[in-house]
Write a protein that binds this ligand. Structure first.
Ligand SMILES: C[S@@+](CC[C@H](N)C(=O)[O-])C[C@H]1O[C@@H](n2cnc3c(N)ncnc32)[C@H](O)[C@@H]1O
Length: 270
């Protein structure tokens, strides 16, 4: 059984066991969000983190990327720090920590005051197997486009020493987006379809990562796909997808969402 037998399917099972059937160096991009510190009661819960990370390293192509969307529980007044421990483990087994990005929620769940500020973000750790092979950067408008400033200061991360250089006079029209991405959670029609699941991430988040780190026909995996958000968006963007979830109920929900996009694509073609 190779990866080709799973293309454009939602597979029910423990992702460690399913991923064992994939060839080494076979996946371009993984986007996934693991269960956080038992925060939610997933059906059929079993989460062997270290084995999952090791399998992801084996099956990721050279230059491929894993986006790990995660937050921490607060237990007895202290955040668990699990997300950091997981990020360091990914580094220990050979991944580069390419970028620590933030998923900021425009409509965070209000919390009861416990001498702390309202939590309104999760991490999006971007790991790569070697140097990233594909980056289609999302561009945004420059606030001071056209202004004749004294020169704009840039940090050059390509060199080992992170020197600052003065370039670009006048200021350019567009620049590469920053690494804090902001989304409304659960309100758009495309996200409402996932409401049978307790913790879907927004379609827009998946869309921005898939666009950034893959090209058409690349293979996108979500080994804990829940309501199938990653797979739905990957299909819409002309990427191949594989979704895995341990829960039969969530697999059915994911298949239902994907059936909708297949029907929409069919209508567009007719
Ligand atoms: C945070 S949710 C993912 C939500 C998903 N990103 C979405 O947009 O719907 C985590 C999922 O991991 C699944 N899960 C937990 N352990 C698993 C395992 N060992 N193998 C596969 N899926 C697992 C749970 O059933 C749950 O649906």
């Amino acid at each position: 059984m190779g990866v080709n037998n799973y293309i454009n399917q939602i597979i029910e099972g423990n992702c460690v066991e399913v991923m064992k059937n994939f060839e080494t160096d076979s996946i371009d991009l993984t986007i996934t969000s693991p269960p956080y510190d038992n925060l939610r009661n997933y059906k059929g819960y079993e989460f062997p983190f270290e084995q999952i990370a090791q399998e992801l390293f084996r099956i990721t192509k050279s230059g491929g990327v894993v986006v790990w969307v995660v937050g921490d529980a607060t237990i007895n007044g202290s955040e668990t720090g699990t997300s950091f421990k997981q990020a360091l483990y990914f580094k220990d087994i050979g991944f580069n920590l390419h970028d620590t990005m933030v998923f900021k929620k425009r409509n965070p769940i209000p919390q009861i005051y416990r001498k702390r500020y309202n939590n309104e973000f999760e991490y999006m750790f971007v790991f790569s197997k070697g140097i990233v092979k594909t980056h289609n950067p999302i561009m945004i408008d420059c606030m001071h486009a056209g202004l004749e400033l004294n020169g704009t200061t840039y940090k050059n991360y390509s060199k080992n020493e992170q020197t600052r250089e003065k370039l670009a006079k006048p200021v350019k029209n567009k620049k590469i987006k920053g690494n804090i991405w902001e989304y409304v959670v659960g309100k758009k029609q495309e996200d409402q379809e996932a409401k049978g699941h307790p913790a879907p991430f927004p379609c827009e988040l998946a869309r921005d990562h898939i666009y950034s780190w893959t090209n058409k026909d690349d293979i996108v995996l979500d080994p804990m796909c829940g309501s199938g958000t990653t797979c739905k968006v990957a299909g819409e963007l002309g990427r191949k997808y594989i979704g895995i979830d341990i829960s039969q109920e969530y697999c059915e929900l994911a298949r239902e969402r994907i059936k909708n996009i297949e029907m929409q694509m069919q209508l567009i073609l007719e």
